[in-house]
Design a protein around this ligand. Structure first.
Ligand SMILES: Cc1cc2nc3c(=O)[nH]c(=O)nc-3n(C[C@H](O)[C@H](O)[C@H](O)COP(=O)(O)OP(=O)(O)OC[C@H]3O[C@@H](n4cnc5c(N)ncnc54)[C@H](O)[C@@H]3O)c2cc1C
Length: 440
């Protein structure tokens, strides 16, 4: 019986083990090692604003894992991987032999290296434990400071406001969302936030966080101090790779994988945040620390582990956030300096479109508009589809140059839906979790 070892019970790991069960011809042995119980980080903002109960963040209960015939080592960390012997050693010394293995250990939050960053009242927001800590400390009227104005900070912004807190965002870069939108978009979002009572301070370097009578005092390189109740550091993430030292896996910024999600060692796969796989648009190796990539990586790796020959086209970089009912999204190579760009802005609404081209193909897009405008929601989907399909828009390029807001005719005429609809990851429709079969 083939022994599969899945390390990491997040989105990538869970999709892989389900896919193994769906694809295999005969029963294999699957062991899941995970430092945390399986849950989805992406839903933590909804747990924070109490839209969902804590029990709803979990993606598989012990009963479901037993039903899928998965042996578990939960609460245990993989500490070393001997790829020659095919053995993984856990933090308690347990040794697990495997025939093939998937590394899906994701990433962790990184705090800015300033004195006081590890002090009382200073939090990260990446794990369920960290989310619990934040939730326990925010009360109506609390003053919360978010350090770092990137994608993760923006995923929890609405939740913090929904808890009745006062919010200040502090960013060291000259603008907010520096890795998600361009300066024009950032200026519009910043204005929108101020209109909604959120204070924003950019170009602000925190030098120290002090305890001041039970409250936090933030000191800066320049400018006045901020006194607040809760500090959340959303200052970046790092891939969880340290434990792989000496494993012989080829690592760049993440574990380098091929189109089958295979690492430089043939029977070791990697998926999700920890993997550096193919970018759909550029074809270059990239880490996309987002849910859709983790899901797709996991399924392709799982299918290959089950004995199928599944190849992956690559993942689409995408970031979508909703900020006080303003939708903001970027797709593909939105920051490509070599691309031809068409832009249109309506500051009063606000609304913004930026279309980026390589020849006749749309290779990147930025979009911003009120969530209440139906055409914002529609355009988000259509722009994503146009970038994802890579269809030629030769006949529509001139129209879009003069009318970047008028995406719909180009989407329909280019038959983008017809291109995308038949595309499936594994050549079949995906199954709902409850229908995962277990081979006997
Ligand atoms: C607050 C928040 C909001 C987000 N919102 C979005 C969103 O709106 N859209 C989006 O696309 N993405 C979002 N993301 C990102 C998304 O959640 C991640 O990209 C996704 O979780 C990656 O999945 P993964 O399986 O690669 O890693 P993870 O989900 O991080 O899972 C890794 C697993 O490995 C375990 N592990 C780590 N080290 C070890 C070890 N040594 N041994 C054993 N187990 C180990 C961990 O405990 C964890 O269970 C959000 C993330 C957060 C935190």
């Amino acid at each position: 019986m083939t022994r599969h070892l899945v390390i990491g019970g997040g989105t990538a790991g869970m999709n892989a083990l389900r896919t193994i069960r769906e694809e295999e011809g005969e029963r294999s042995e699957i062991t899941l090692v995970s430092a945390e119980r399986p849950y989805s980080r992406m839903v933590l903002p909804y747990y924070l604003d109490r839209s969902i109960a804590e029990s709803h963040v979990f993606t598989a209960t012990a009963a479901v894992l037993a039903e899928w015939n998965v042996k578990t080592q939960l609460g245990r960390r993989a500490a070393a991987l001997d790829t020659r012997a095919g053995v993984c050693t856990l933090d308690d010394g347990t040794k697990l032999a495997y025939d093939d293995c998937l590394v899906a250990t994701g990433s962790s939050a990184v705090r800015a290296p300033v004195p006081g960053a590890d002090g009382r009242g200073v939090h990260s927001f990446w794990t369920l434990d960290e989310a619990r800590g934040v939730l326990a400390h925010i009360a109506p009227g609390s003053h919360v400071v978010l350090i770092g104005a990137g994608f993760i900070a923006f995923t929890i912004l609405n939740s913090i406001l929904a808890l009745g807190a006062r919010l200040t965002i502090v960013e060291i870069a000259p603008r907010i969302l520096p890795r998600m939108i361009d300066p024009t978009g950032a200026e519009l979002v910043e204005g929108w936030l101020r209109r909604h009572g959120v204070a924003v301070r950019t170009g602000a370097a925190v030098t120290r966080i002090e305890d001041r009578g039970g409250r936090r005092r933030l000191r800066f390189k320049g400018g006045r101090d901020i006194l607040c109740d809760v500090v959340i550091m959303a200052t970046g993430i790092k891939t969880n790779l340290e434990w792989l030292a000496g494993s012989g896996l080829r690592v760049n910024r993440g574990i380098v994988v091929d189109e089958r999600l295979r690492s430089s060692v043939a029977n070791v796969y990697a998926a999700g945040d920890v993997a550096e796989g193919r970018d759909l648009v550029t074809g270059e190796p990239a880490i996309h620390a987002i849910e859709p990539t983790a899901q797709e990586h996991g399924r392709v790796a799982g299918a290959n582990m089950a004995g199928r020959d599944a190849t992956y086209r690559g993942s689409l970089s995408m970031n979508i956030v909703e900020v006080c009912h303003l939708d903001v999204a970027s797709f593909g190579a939105w920051d490509d300096p070599g691309a031809e760009a068409f832009t249109a802005v309506r500051r009063e609404r606000p609304a913004y479109r930026k279309l980026l081209w390589r020849g006749d193909r749309l290779t990147g897009a930025l979009i911003l508009g009120r969530s209440s405008d139906v055409w914002t929601t529609n355009d988000i989907g259509m722009l994503k589809g146009l970038v994802q399909s890579g269809n030629s828009l030769a006949a529509w390029k001139e129209h879009l140059r003069g009318n970047p807001f008028d995406v719909k005719p180009a989407f329909i005429a280019s038959r983008t839906t017809a291109t995308l609809l038949p595309l499936t990851l594994l050549g079949r429709a995906s199954k709902a979790p409850g229908t995962t079969p277990v081979a006997v």
